[in-house]
Design a protein around this ligand. Sequence first.
Ligand code: PLP
Length: 442
Amino acid sequence: MFSRGCIIRLYVSAGAGDIRIFYFAGIDEKVLAADSLNPLHAGKETMINEEYISMLGKKSVIRELSEYATARAKEIGAENVYDFSLGNPSVPTPQSFDDTIIDLVKTMDSVSLHGYSPSNGLPEAKQQVADSLNRRFDMDYTANHIFPTSGAAGAIAHALRAVVRPGETVLVFAPYFPEYNPYITFTGAKIRVVPANFRDFQVNFDVLDEYLTSDVAAILINSPNNPSGAVYSEETLQRLFDVCRAKEKEYGHSIFIISDEPYREISFDGKKVPYTAKFYDNTLTCYSFSKSLSIPGERIGYVAVNPRCEKADRLVPVMAQISRGIGHNCPSSLICRAMGKCVDITSDLSVYETNMNLLYDTFVRLGFTVVRPGGTFYIFPKALEEDANAFCRKALKYDLVFVPGDSFGGPGYFRVAYCLDTDKVKRSLPVIEKFVRSEYPA
Ligand code: PLP
């Protein structure tokens, strides 16, 4: 129950380089007055779920900083703000994706094109995804193992609910995407974070045993990783899955791997990202076209259920039932059809490697401790003082917008999202140098 005088905490940015915390007391009296006119609410207080109200005070730090950068750009011009906050792709969508949409609209019967999809997803698009995965990763998916979703977020929401019960635990490895907190806790499960291995951002095997207890139903992994850019090696995956198989035997229940792979296509040095499901049967692969096709706003991805997974043939129908509960009911049928036809193409992703090299070399030259990313468009250096929040606040004075690592489970580190024009990244390098030399003289 939302009662009068309740305290809502909001984070807002105020003025250049100054991130402040404000407290707002009370609620909008006009809303209460209007509500009291509604006969259903007469004499009652407004009912708003407190779980969500409490989230208002914990807005994403990334979003806050991005909003700050947008406001600052209005003051001093976008070209003068080095906004490394948000993971929004900076390269255009391939023309062939747009052409495919136009062609679908022009050539398909309107009622079929825009009609409801079957609850398990459109068979043709599912088959196209399965064929592509089989070709590329030597798998044996059928259309029945593919469940189209609204991006990776939708995929993870379904995969988690399919294999984890409320009260059970989901393990994640720091550093991790902060949205894993709501993704996991809103299923009723608990999140447990394995501390990072800061040496190379591979799995921290020194402590894994301690964290992988019998209440763990699933492990949510992410490679290439946001925020570190690390790509889990085959050796890491083999070792992790050997531990999982041993624990499955010891505990007498399955441990599922939910493999979040939206950056699978963004890898560097010509290396391929090992395909997780190849190494472990109980794997649900969560994919998104947000980054590979630069279409995060179109909300399209899928869950691929490993055909060797337990109850493999039931998991897609189970996820269709989950959709009924969470109001998902299939992604847009137009975008789903376009996805199926464009499953093997990507935007020109090479700019991310160019940007990574420019920033990595600069950070190394300036004396930062930093691990060279194997993919994504993120790098995660160690800040030059213990408190990465203080470090990032100082960077704001130079209009450099970095995100402190705390919310990623990497305190003392900061994330740099380099999905920007290379020209802007180049222009940022002397500014980074000036910031470091002025604020942290040797
Ligand atoms: N997982 C990771 C690691 C991400 O970085 C993101 C988005 O940035 C998502 C999931 C969500 O992806 P989507 O926008 O496709 O739902």
